[in-house]
Design a protein around this ligand. Sequence first.
Ligand code: AMP
Length: 281
Amino acid sequence: MTIIKGISELQENVNFLKNNGKTIGFVPTMGALHDGHISLIAASKSENNITVCSIFVNPTQFNDPKDFEKYPITIEADIEKLELSGTNILFLPSVKEMYPDGFDKAQPYDLGFIETILEGKYRPGHFQGVCQIVHKLLLAVQPHNLYMGQKDYQQCMVINKLIQIENLDTKLHTRPTLREKDGLAMSSRNVRLNEEERKNALTIYRVLNYLKDHIEKESIAYLLDRSNLMLTDNNFRPDYVSIADAETLAPVENWDGHQKIVALIAAYQNEVRLIDNMVLD
Ligand code: AMP
């Protein structure tokens, strides 16, 4: 695996590979890698000649400075996992490399409705930061294929919108959420949970399954009330529990039994904010 820290060196390498007919798959991450990330690498490897992974903890997408400060950094273990996974290039830029002019110069992206709800509503500015960094990374890597996790359902929709707005020549592939044996969605933030919080954390998965099992039997208002109770009973402070149209994320109040819908949850277990989702049909 080649480790590259500069954008121009990365571009030179990728251009050479592309000129030699190689297809490029790209997996952007913030590090603290787990099997969920590695499943994206595996998907990229099976569909492309060359897989590029980036590790960059992007300051502009953290609306909460404490969350940024406490974001786990495990770079040596990450490099080992990437070597084992068969990643060809690791892009490991500094903040200065990605933001040479500082953080204030960005033009906002017109993301529309998708930015006003759920993560967009509860983490103001988050998706602008995500678009800023993913746009820069896509211009640097110029991949044919981009791999992201369904765990960040709304983020995948935002990135599709970014690709469309900026007319980028990259196809987004959304891959299923990898879970721990008991069902907790794998997340870099899980290492911040103590034993009791880790036990409580499973409630999110239980609630998603509860919603899936009861969506045909109960009203959505009732299900959302019950879900919030299940979460608060297990020491969660929910930002939201939503049942939404799977294509637009507009909230659904009455389900006709046919519309494709998804349940999405964001909630705090003490200081740690967890998110998860499940398609319900
Ligand atoms: P992150 O490092 O958290 O920014 O995540 C990098 C990529 O990995 C994003 O596309 C995430 O959606 C994806 N990802 C995170 N957790 C999982 C998971 N449990 N299963 C599959 N993909 C994931």
